[in-house]
Write a protein that binds this ligand. Structure first.
Ligand code: CAA
Ligand code: NAI
Length: 700
């Protein structure tokens, strides 16, 4: 079976792409399309052509794996040029998602029809690219710059209904799509509809051309979170060319901008993360044939900071959820916070009011623990206390359905010990969400010693269903993310004692690409949380402990490492904190010295990489790329730097090993001694990536 088939239904030719799983435009598909369209052009019995796809989706874009290889003709723009030159109507029949090059092909057709559930978009920006085959030129011509630029800069697809409203598609067709599209094509022929090539349109460009300042305004407001990224600026320029130069000239420029981005480090990192995210859902020793347990209803125990957000995540995905609390007062508080969060989203235009009501209707607050008996999955999010968690799981064991998945959202506690408080440890695992749980996409799925494969598969499946990025990790203190974070925090505080100030440490790492530094993050999360935990473990933290003893818990008290004006979340350096730090250095007999940005970045990041190597060696994470996904989706690691382990390979493990050795000698902290795995790889001149090249696992 060829990846592109051509068949005829009377005078209508159907070009069918069949390249599972997502009909990506690999080389054979492009060749097949050239052949099929040429044949249809040359066949005088063909009056019109329908382009359709087999399987679950229309063409989902270029084959991303080909971007690492030299480009091979025919290029996508040649396929589209051929389609536009045929002189017979071509109708794209879109189901699933028409993305990137897939949507660009559809834009090269004369008409576009779609199934009701279809979505269209140009997600290239998420891969550090810009749409390279006409998307930046045709989409503005078709729907106007005001609508096209935000779509290109966000990369988010839009549903068929919005696409119809914008004029990106011509019709939504009910029923089986290909026959309906054939019928549509017959009508085009019968009624002699004019052949409109998108590249020839100009009407929607004219207003913006006359008002260039408006373009700059739109570009500025559409590209908020793009600090450090190259692709958004390139995409803005490309769309500007649609207003300034003829189509073919713009296309030439776009192609060269695309090639530059494709070969750049940022896009390589972003492409790596695309596949890393999908790889993370595969568990090496769990067969892809493992059937997850059915989940129709969830329960969340504890309606605090995390429980509320977790309940929202279920409701957002249409899953009914019971939210269980100890009393009316905390329950009402939790439900109020949820309602307030939804209202804010509605106010910002992110959610329709009736959809908010529907979601709220899916969350059933209760003070009766017995309600867990209805749930297929239970997520516990009560206080971080082992005895309490054990008691809750004991109760769950008594009441929950025999086949229910029992998950804890603990940040640090031993998931195996929690499992042991039930008679069904095989059904217990960790589902570690990140705050705010309704927003953050990372989900660490913590696999206990006895967790059954189908329970793991259920947690991964439900994680994906509620829009999270699940990554399987093993049991240890802090799992992967928080354990590495701790390595960073220790070094951050050490630098304060040696001579740096919080704003200098934070400033350097923000410049590296993080949204905020460790001290601003501590203030946001609340310094008291880790203080309590340190006390429980008999640990100390020179500066942070003193701040907490003085009642400075961070933003919630208006003071922490920084000062916050009433109602403001902007950290301002505080002279009192500076004095406290300088005095502490003096007390320890440390002569303070300036610490430059490069040293700050190395000292924050290399200890994390070192801890990451230990995590790999212990098997707590299955692959380096899992660690990278955790840091990107859970902690704001800049995606264009690919995650800590990817970054380590770029820097070179030998230089990291040497630097860690110096740091260990200087601070006398043996945790900074290069981890055996890191040292071994460095000695062999290998990188972390080499650990996995031969270990591809089947999909979960
Ligand atoms: N190239 C190569 N492989 C791809 C791919 C692509 N464009 N899109 C998806 N895949 C692979 C995935 O890696 C995955 O493989 P494994 O099963 O081996 O892990 C498989 O297809 C299924 O993908 P998902 O798990 O993501 O499936 P889903 O149903 O959850 O989502 C999707 C489907 C919405 C299409 C999603 O895969 C997606 O967003 N794909 C990327 C789309 C994209 O970015 N397209 C633009 C590419 S750039 C471009 O097009 C530029 C140009 O032409 C010039
Ligand atoms: P929180 O203090 O905001 O909420 C805990 C809630 O549990 C309270 O509303 C309390 O009334 C309720 N509760 C206590 N005992 C209960 C019981 N027996 N039955 C029902 N409800 C009960 O705490 P938070 O921050 O939501 O943390 C919850 C869990 O999530 C902890 O294990 C924590 O370590 C973990 N976690 C917290 C994160 C954070 O950033 N806050 C991030 C990730 C995990």
């Amino acid at each position: 079976m060829s990846v592109v088939e051509l068949c005829r239904e009377d005078e209508i030719a159907v070009v069918l792409v069949d390249n599972p799983p997502v009909n990506a435009l690999k080389h054979e598909v492009r060749v097949g399309l050239m052949d099929a369209f040429s044949q249809a052009r040359d066949d005088s019995a063909v009056a019109a052509i329908v382009l359709a796809c087999a399987g679950r989706t229309f063409i989902a874009g270029a084959d991303i794996t080909e971007f690492d290889k030299p480009p091979k003709a025919p290029h996508l723009s040649e396929v589209i040029a051929l389609m536009e030159s045929i002189g017979k109507p071509i109708v794209a029949a879109i189901h699933g998602t028409a993305l990137g090059g897939g949507f660009e092909i559809a834009l090269g057709c004369h008409f576009r029809v779609a199934a009701p559930g279809a979505r269209v978009g140009l997600p290239e920006i998420k891969l550090g690219l810009l749409p390279g085959a006409g998307g930046t030129q045709r989409l503005p011509r078709l729907i106007g710059v005001e609508k096209a630029l935000p779509m290109i800069l966000s990369g988010d697809p839009i549903p068929a209904k919005a696409a119809l409203q914008y004029g990106a598609i011509d019709s939504i067709l009910e029923g089986e799509l290909t026959p309906a599209a054939v019928e549509f094509a017959r009508r085009v022929v019968r009624e002699k509809w004019p052949l409109r090539r998108v590249r020839d349109l100009d009407e929607k460009l004219a207003p913006m051309r006359e008002d260039p300042a408006k373009f700059d305004e739109l570009a500025a407001s559409s590209s908020k979170r793009t600090r450090g990224l190259h692709a958004p600026a390139a995409a803005i320029e490309a769309v500007r060319w649609s207003l300034q130069v003829p189509f073919d000239e713009a296309e030439r420029r776009v192609r060269s901008a695309f090639q530059e981005l494709r070969q750049g480090e940022q896009s390589k990192a972003q492409r790596y993360i695309f596949f890393a995210e999908r790889e993370a859902a595969k568990v090496p020793d769990v067969s892809p044939a493992t059937r997850p347990r059915e989940v129709a209803r969830a329960a969340v125990i504890g309606a605090g900071t995390m429980g509320g957000g977790i309940a929202m995540s279920f409701a957002n995905a249409g899953i009914p959820v019971s939210l269980i609390e100890t009393g009316q007062e905390p329950l009402a508080r939790g439900l109020d916070t949820i309602a307030k969060n939804y209202r804010n989203t509605v106010k910002r235009g992110g959610l329709a009011a009736d959809e908010m009501e529907r979601r709220l209707g899916l969350i059933a607050g209760s003070t009766e623990f017995e309600r867990v008996a209805e749930a297929d999955i239970v997520v516990e999010a009560v206080f971080e206390e082992m005895e309490l968690k054990k008691r809750v799981f004991g109760e769950l064991d008594r009441i929950a359905k025999p086949n229910a998945v029992l998950a804890t959202n603990t940040s640090y506690l031993d998931v195996d010990a929690i499992g042991q408080s039930t008679k069904r440890p095989q059904s217990v695992l960790g589902m570690h969400f990140f705050s705010p749980a309704n927003v953050m996409r990372l989900l660490e799925v913590v696999r206990g010693e006895q967790t059954a494969p189908d329970v793991l598969a259920t947690a991964i499946g439900i994680g994906r269903r509620i829009g999270k990025v699940p990554v399987v990790v093993g049991v240890c203190h802090g799992f992967v993310g928080n354990r590495m974070l701790r390595a960073r925090s220790i070094e951050a505080e050490r630098m304060l004692l040696e001579g740096a100030l919080p704003q200098e440490v934070d400033g350097a790492i923000v410049e590296f690409g993080f949204p905020m530094g460790p001290f601003a993050m501590g203030d946001l999360a609340g310094l008291d949380v880790s203080w309590r935990m340190r006390k429980a473990q008999g640990l100390k933290s020179e500066i942070a402990d003193q701040l907490c003893e003085a009642g400075r818990f961070g933003q919630k008290t208006g003071k922490g490492f920084y000062l916050y004006e009433a109602g403001s979340r902007t950290p301002r350096p505080d002279p009192d904190v500076e004095n406290l730090i300088v005095e502490t250095s003096a007390r320890h007999g440390v002569a303070r010295r300036p610490i430059d940005k490069q040293e700050i970045v190395e000292r924050l990041i290399y200890p994390m990489i070192n801890e990451g190597a230990r995590i790999l060696e212990e098997g707590i994470a299955a692959r380096p790329s899992d660690i990278d996904v955790i840091w990107i989706y859970g902690y704001g690691w800049p995606v264009w730097r690919g995650g800590p382990m990817f970054y380590a390979d770029r820097v070179g493990l030998a230089s990291i090993r040497d630097r860690l050795g110096e740091m260990a000698a200087h601070s006398k902290d043996e945790r900074l001694e290069p981890a055996p795995m890191l040292a071994r790889l460095a000695d062999d001149r290998r990188g972390f990536a080499s650990l996995v090249e031969s270990k591809k696992a089947p999909r979960q």
